[in-house]
Design a protein around this ligand. Structure first.
Ligand SMILES: NC(=O)c1ccc[n+]([C@@H]2O[C@H](COP(=O)([O-])OP(=O)(O)OC[C@H]3O[C@@H](n4cnc5c(N)ncnc54)[C@H](OP(=O)(O)O)[C@@H]3O)[C@@H](O)[C@H]2O)c1
Length: 322
């Protein structure tokens, strides 16, 4: 597997990262989560992403038990990423990017993950806390060896610029990566974040590469919509309906390549120069295999041009903000 630099960090990661958000959900219990993780490692993926809030902490706990069982060999083979920000306690202070919350949340994540260090500790969202406070707290964790690198998620370009420049001014560790919503039909990060990333050598880790499944290829005009765990909500159905023409056009392009739309969507993201690793969110081993199968798909200039015609660079027809 071809590995890439994780932005400004000195470690290399696979072009696909295993997102653990489904793990511990109703349709993806611990046994299935383990099978997915084992398949990922067997296929050469060395980068796992979770968060302290996923499935009410079950995601971190499942990953922690699996890591512990595999011993140092399993743990050391992985670049392990988790996140801090979401509310995990009773009080108003049990959330966000304050020094107080970060210092507590990291201990909780380390305990659940059953490890002594988090390789990439990410701010899950921007907060109104002074960025100096957040940067200092993260730098202290890195100096203490509890985190190795830190990154951001859902930061706008100016948030990331401020965090980077403040960290430089404080002679503290800088953010190495930004985990953002990015897909073939959601290209808003290309206008501001992408040039920032290229200039500062930060790399994106796109989340929801299939827009929660809308780009999976299972939605075609005139075909019945299968029930899936994610597509039940009215919001999902409305967005699906509004994107149907576009999804059909992209589906036809994928048909011409003899691949499902999901693989076209992954392959397109993987080749973006500002992307280090695409965070896939499989709920089954087959979904992971589908993502892995995209790694040998090379897109011609002609296909890239057709994609740009359907979804112009920087446009985001399937994005309503976050
Ligand atoms: N930083 C953040 O704020 C943030 C936010 C969201 C996610 N993330 C990270 O990004 C990862 C990926 O996000 P995501 O789960 O939203 O990614 P996604 O790839 O957009 O959506 C995953 C869903 O797509 C469907 N799917 C995937 N492969 C399929 C296939 N081959 N055929 C049919 N359907 C398929 C499944 O939906 P069904 O289960 O409905 O079948 C699956 O649960 C997460 O695990 C998490 O680590 C981060």
């Amino acid at each position: 597997m071809e590995l890439r630099m994780l932005g400004r960090a000195g470690v290399k990661v696979a072009p696909l990262c295993l997102g653990n958000m489904n793990f511990g959900s109703e349709k993806c219990d611990e046994a299935l989560s383990r099978r997915i993780m084992e398949r990922a490692v067997e296929a050469g993926l060395n980068f796992f992403d979770t968060a302290n809030v996923y499935q009410k902490q079950k995601s971190e706990e499942i990953l922690g038990r699996w890591l512990k069982e595999g011993g140092a060999r399993r743990r050391d083979g992985l670049v392990l990423a988790t996140k801090v920000y979401g509310k995990v306690g009773e009080t108003d202070n049990d959330r966000g990017l304050s020094r107080r919350h970060i210092l507590r949340a990291v201990e909780d994540s380390l305990r659940r993950l059953q490890t002594d260090r988090i390789d990439l500790y990410q701010c899950h969202h921007w907060d109104t806390v002074r960025i100096e406070e957040t940067v200092r707290a993260l730098d202290d964790l890195i100096r203490a060896g509890k985190a190795v690198y830190w990154g951001t998620s859902n930061f706008k370009a100016w948030h990331l610029t401020e965090a980077t420049l403040v960290a430089d001014r404080l002679h503290a560790s800088v953010p190495v990566s930004e985990q953002c919503p990015y897909s073939i039909t959601n290209r808003h990060v290309e206008t501001e974040l992408a040039p920032f990333c290229m200039k500062y050598n930060v790399r994106m880790l796109p989340w929801s590469p299939l827009n929660a499944g809308r780009l999976s290829g299972i939605y075609r005009k005139g075909k019945p919509i299968p029930d899936t765990p994610r597509n039940k909500s009215e919001v999902f159905r409305k967005r699906l309906e509004s994107q149907m023409d576009l999804l059909e056009s992209l589906g036809r392009l994928a048909d011409e390549l003899g691949r499902p739309l999901s693989q076209l969507a992954y392959a397109w993201l993987v080749r973006q120069p500002h992307v280090a690793s695409v965070i896939v969110g499989p709920r089954t081993v087959e979904m992971l295999d589908d993502a892995l199968a995209s790694l040998d798909l090379k897109l011609s200039e002609d296909v890239l041009k057709k994609i740009d015609e359907l979804v112009p660079p920087g446009s985001a027809p399937d994005f309503v903000g976050w």
